[in-house]
Design a protein around this ligand. Structure first.
Ligand code: DHB
Length: 308
């Protein structure tokens, strides 16, 4: 029985680790992930310069998930490049999440990461929380150009974090771009952008930035996340691995993402809400399901979802 999996040729002991976003900004938080049962460590999306992010309150738990508009608070690529070798003691793959504010920034960060101590890069094409900055992943031509430029620079295996798509034509257009470039993996999905949660008693929004609009996470988004994993599994070259993300709270959720075609999964809202113990709990639940159903490897079940 093996729970191991791999992303772009990098081996993970099991498929479950953190999503970029919650509790992965500071060195201490990153060490906590290292000390947990997470199978890899991914950083908060880094920019060229440090950022304090948007005004608070900027994250709230809501009945079936979360809403946030953090605004990319992070310590800068320079700092994360200093942190990475210190995280090696946890003996887990290290993933740098990159979200430069413009193409030139992304190029500079990617160049700096070429000599940094990380195994993979996740380029974020889907931050929904920057005022005046549309999500790159919703602009197919811009995505094509960004990938052309960035992949000509990077020396590390690079994947992209995508926003959710809702239309088969959009899946096909994005898949055509991804298939054209040497993208090694995709992570889908980022939060569903620009949702609005209202406190009816107070007759108010619940987060401060952007008039209360923010990225939606948690249970609300699992069916959309599964649909994105499945559709890209159908459309992408088989050498592009898929990391599922969105509304995973249990081992059964992990199993569903792997059936849909994911090689690994990331935990966002549940990690924020329950802390690092969620990795061990969900790993145990997932192992139990694999055992009960008689599977002996991730590859045996990956993508095997049946239609009616
Ligand atoms: C933030 C949110 C995102 O969904 C993302 O991909 C990157 C950054 C943020 O608000 O910090």
């Amino acid at each position: 029985m093996s729970y191991s999996t791999s992303i772009a040729g990098i081996k993970l002991q099991h498929p479950i680790f953190n999503a970029s976003g919650p509790l992965c900004v500071t060195l201490e938080e990153l060490h906590d992930i290292g000390a947990s049962h997470a199978s890899a460590i991914i950083t908060k999306s880094m920019t060229k310069e440090p950022r304090l992010g948007n005004p608070e309150p900027r994250y709230k738990d809501i009945p079936h998930g979360s809403i946030n508009s953090m605004g990319l608070p992070n310590h800068s690529c320079k700092k994360y490049i200093e942190y990475l070798p210190q995280l090696r003691k946890h003996s887990k793959p290290l993933i740098a999440s990159v979200s430069g504010l413009c193409l030139d920034d992304n190029k500079e960060i990617i160049r700096a990461l070429n000599s940094a101590d990380c195994d993979l890069i996740e380029l974020n094409l889907s931050c929904p929380n920057l005022v005046g900055k549309p999500q790159i992943g919703y602009d197919v031509e811009q995505s094509d150009n960004v990938l052309k430029e960035i992949l000509s620079i990077t020396k590390k295996p690079l994947g992209v974090k995508l926003p959710p798509y809702f239309d088969f034509v959009h899946f096909e257009q994005m898949a055509a771009v991804l298939n054209k470039h040497q993208v090694r993996f995709i992570t889908c999905i980022n939060s569903i952008g620009n949702a609005l949660f209202i406190d009816a008693e107070k007759e108010k929004v619940i987060i401060k930035p952007k008039g209360g609009f923010g990225g939606l996470g948690g249970h609300y988004i699992k069916p959309t996340a599964l649909a994105n994993v499945r559709k890209f599994y159908e459309l992408l070259r088989k050498d592009i691995d898929i990391i599922g993300c969105g509304g995973i709270y249990s081992g059964t959720d992990v199993f569903e993402f792997i059936l849909a075609g994911a090689s690994a999964v990331q935990l966002g809202t549940v990690f924020m809400q329950q802390g690092h113990t969620c990795f061990e709990r969900i790993e145990k639940e997932f192992n139990h399901i694999m055992h009960r159903k008689g599977y002996t490897s991730i590859d045996q079940m990956k993508g095997t979802l049946r239609e009616l």
